[in-house]
Design a protein around this ligand. Structure first.
Ligand code: ADP
Ligand code: MG
Length: 452
């Protein structure tokens, strides 16, 4: 086949696929010869190759045949030695430049927080595995697990670790293109690309990165076309052995309204959770931050026991813990006082009060079931014999006392019981507490166990 024939076939294709499709998909193809019925083309990227093969190969074959060319098969390849020129829409990134700020404009990720480094990350039992995995990824060596999936509750350090990976990679492997963004930003860019008909740029951009980090992926649950696009991006990068790091507030299998195939893909790599902080970790974090504040507020005195007190009392999440310390230092320096327990209690009264109500109904049910040696399922089940009904009532009582849940809400958590049943249970326990010493002691013990 001559270039001239191909020229005519292209004109036909322009007519049959439309101008947009033509410029995006057909024009960049380079005819690379015909032999034994196989017509070969070069495409600039793997992604284009796959797309054109899937969507336009038949049409190309038909038009060729109309023009008198015998075609068994249309074969599209990506030239191996060096990349072929990319389509005009993509970044002409040869050779690769270090990911300096100037480059960030081309990789429109989210800005990195310069404080979130490995140096400032305090490692303890609850996060040591996540930390080790993040460190491994940050070495930038060959991909050993893909993706790295980090999950855990709010404020436990997921974003911090992801930023730390990005910082470290920029130092060690400046030639790598590292892209960090939230799932929300991913969706936003996707929608914008659709609207502005620049989906091709979008796809090319995401497929050209070496390390992709998507934070809070639970956000795309239930958003179908974004999920679809995410899935394709994900697969394309995994195929190319590019590292992916994902975070979410729960395990892949537990994200509702996330497609099964995505869940299973996400589980293919290394899934690690950041556990709730323990006392030692909280104290470690407070000590590190307090050390930094000493430099910032020279002359400010910190009494013994204050950090221990905070680590003991503020157990919700690290963000709240940090906020408390920040406020404490700022307040103390304003009023020119030493940071003492009294000052802390005065200044942080709202945070401390909020932290008091940290116990969940599930925790109460579990502890009570353990204590009375019954099954957790009996807490919500229908059994009425006293050995089971009594512990259940104790749990109801503690749920009312230790959480802010209303009676109907508590009823719901106890297998959908009516609020009058809950009320009755609570009354019964109150009665027994006065009359039965064992019962009073049990409740006292359980409450203490649940408070720590
Ligand atoms: P997440 O993304 O899991 O909600 P973040 O990474 O945003 O949590 O962390 C919340 C705050 O707590 C950040 O300021 C972060 O620096 C801090 N933080 C969390 N874990 C640690 C840790 N182990 N060491 C030091 N700071 C931490
Ligand atoms: Mg986060």
């Amino acid at each position: 086949m001559t270039e001239e024939t191909w020229g005519r076939v292209r004109d036909e294709l322009l007519r049959s696929v439309g101008k947009n499709n033509f410029t995006t998909w057909i024009e960049p193809l380079q005819l690379n010869g015909v032999s034994e019925g196989i017509v070969r083309f070069d495409a600039p990227t793997k992604f284009m190759r796959d797309w054109v093969s899937r969507n336009f190969a038949d049409q190309i074959r038909r038009e060729l045949e109309k023009a008198g060319v015998q075609v068994e098969r249309v074969e599209i390849r990506v030239p191996e030695a060096g990349r072929a020129p990319r389509p005009s829409v993509a970044k002409p990134a040869q050779p690769k430049k270090p990911a300096r700020p100037a480059d960030d404009a081309e990789l429109p990720g989210a800005p990195l927080d310069s404080r979130f480094t490995f140096d400032s990350f305090v490692v303890g039992k609850p996060n040591e595995l996540a930390h080790a995995a993040a460190r491994r990824v940050a070495e930038g060596g060959p991909v050993t697990f893909n993706p790295l999936f980090l999950y855990g509750g709010v404020g436990l350090g997921k974003t911090h670790l992801m930023h730390a990976i990005a910082h470290e990679l920029q130092l060690r492997r400046p030639e790598l293109r590292v892209l960090y963004l939230s799932a929300e930003q991913f969706m936003y860019r996707f929608v914008q690309a659709l609207r502005e008909r620049q989906i091709m740029d979008f796809k090319e951009m995401f497929r050209s990165v070496d390390v992709l980090m998507v934070d809070d992926v639970q956000f795309i649950a239930g958003k179908d076309s974004t999920q679809e696009e995410f899935f394709h991006t994900f697969n394309a990068l995994v195929d190319q052995q590019k590292q992916i790091v994902i975070s979410a507030d729960r395990a892949p299998g537990e994200i509702k309204d996330l497609e099964e195939r995505i869940k299973s893909r996400l589980q293919c790599g290394l899934v690690v959770d950041l556990h709730p902080t323990d006392y030692e970790l909280r104290l470690g974090i407070l000590q590190t931050k307090a050390e930094a504040y000493r430099g910032q507020y020279p002359g400010l005195k910190l009494a013994d026991g204050v950090l221990e007190f905070l680590a003991h009392r503020i157990t919700t999440n690290v963000r709240v813990l940090e906020g408390a310390l920040t406020r404490l230092f700022a307040f103390a320096s304003l009023v020119g006082r030493e940071i003492t327990l009294d000052l802390a209690q005065e200044c942080l009264v709202d945070i401390l009060r909020a932290s008091d109500r940290k116990v969940t109904i599930e925790e109460i049910q579990r502890k009570v079931a353990e204590h009375y040696n019954i099954r957790l399922s009996d807490m919500i089940g229908p059994k009425r014999q006293r050995t089971i009904a009594r512990p259940r009532q104790v749990a109801m009582f503690l749920a009312k006392q230790m959480t802010t849940r209303s009676l109907p809400e508590i009823g719901r958590r106890f297998g959908g019981r009516d609020h009058t049943t809950i009320m009755h249970g609570i009354r019964k326990v109150e009665e027994l507490q006065g009359a039965d010493r064992q019962m009073a002691e049990d409740i006292d013990l359980l409450r203490r166990l649940l408070e720590t």
